[in-house]
Design a binder for this molecule. Structure first.
Ligand SMILES: CC(C)NC(=O)[C@H](Cc1c[nH]c2ccccc12)NC(=O)[C@H](CCCC/N=C(/NCCC(=O)O)S[C@H]1O[C@H](COP(=O)(O)OP(=O)(O)OC[C@H]2O[C@@H](n3cnc4c(N)ncnc43)[C@H](O)[C@@H]2O)[C@@H](O)[C@H]1O)NC(=O)OCc1ccccc1
Length: 224
């Protein structure tokens, strides 16, 4: 049984990392266009760095929860049969022991030079004039995928979806593409589909089965 799992912010909510669209979520506090687009970065780098510096500090203070640990156990129990794709830019899946995580929207703990493409571990606090350690250009940005940018590893994800027997989405609202389209892509290749979420997502109707409830309860119960 080849399983593809897609996770979103809901899997890290009980680790204290806010989701995006829930009441009081990230997009309630920040204007998406100003902090999570290339245009917003070009207009005000200091604002964008401050936004990601705060999220990086929250990530480092957070710990993986029972949902992250259950998914790591599942991957370890079935080597090579479980592909874990996350929209999250936190490192909680890896810290829970997941052997491999496809971070399609990048990683908070990674820095990227917009001039030469060099990547290096992100310092706790990044600033608009930080020079790239490779080319020296002051073009340092967080290594995350902003709206309007191409997500990472899409070929690998498409290959995994084409070969999946089961597609499972956990803790995601289905509001952002191309991730929200994965369920239809997997179903089109004959995979079974399961949504595990606090409440029905925007694409709930596309799934065969649903388990509703907090991820720290529903995910270990599903893995067991
Ligand atoms: C707003 C939306 C309409 N816009 C888009 O989708 C856009 C444009 C677009 C493209 N195609 C389209 C088609 C139609 C319409 C629009 C588009 N997409 C893009 O720009 C993407 C790039 C999008 C990536 C942007 N970067 C993020 N994150 C990184 C940065 C950062 O984090 O700052 S997106 C960000 O929001 C997304 C949604 O968040 P979720 O994780 O789902 O979180 P949310 O808060 O929304 O929901 C939480 C859920 O958890 C549940 N929950 C809460 N607590 C719990 C709990 N305790 N337990 C269980 N569940 C829980 C809740 O009920 C809820 O359902 C995630 O992907 C997340 O990474 N790039 C692109 O398309 O490039 C070209 C292309 C084209 C074709 C093929 C390839 C490329």
């Amino acid at each position: 049984m080849r399983i593809v799992i897609l996770t979103g912010a809901g899997v890290s909510a009980e680790s204290g990392l806010g989701t995006f669209r829930d009441v009081g979520g990230v997009w309630d506090q920040y204007d998406l266009a100003r902090v999570a687009t290339p245009e917003g970065f070009a207009r005000d780098r200091a604002l964008v760095h401050a936004f990601y510096n705060e999220r990086r500090a929250n990530m480092r203070a957070a710990r993986p929860n029972a949902a992250h640990h259950a998914l790591a156990r599942l991957q370890q129990a079935r080597p090579g049969a479980v592909t874990l794709v996350t929209q999250n830019i936190d490192d909680l899946h890896l810290r829970a022991g997941s052997p491999e995580v496809i971070a399609m929207h990048g990683a908070l703990d990674q820095a990227l030079c917009a001039a030469c493409g060099h990547r290096w571990p992100a310092p706790a606090v990044m600033g608009p004039d930080d020079p790239c350690p490779a080319c020296g250009a002051p073009e340092t940005r967080p290594d995350v995928v902003w709206f309007g940018e191409m997500p990472y590893h899409m070929e690998r994800v498409d290959r995994a979806l084409a070969g999946a027997d089961l597609f499972v989405a956990i803790g995601t609202s289905g509001a952002v593409y191309p991730a929200a389209g994965f369920v239809a892509e997997a179903a089109a290749h004959g995979a079974g589909t399961l949504e595990i979420n606090l409440a029905p997502s925007d694409v709930a109707d596309a799934f065969d089965r649903h388990h509703f409830g907090p991820a720290t309860q529903t995910v270990p119960a599903w893995v067991a």
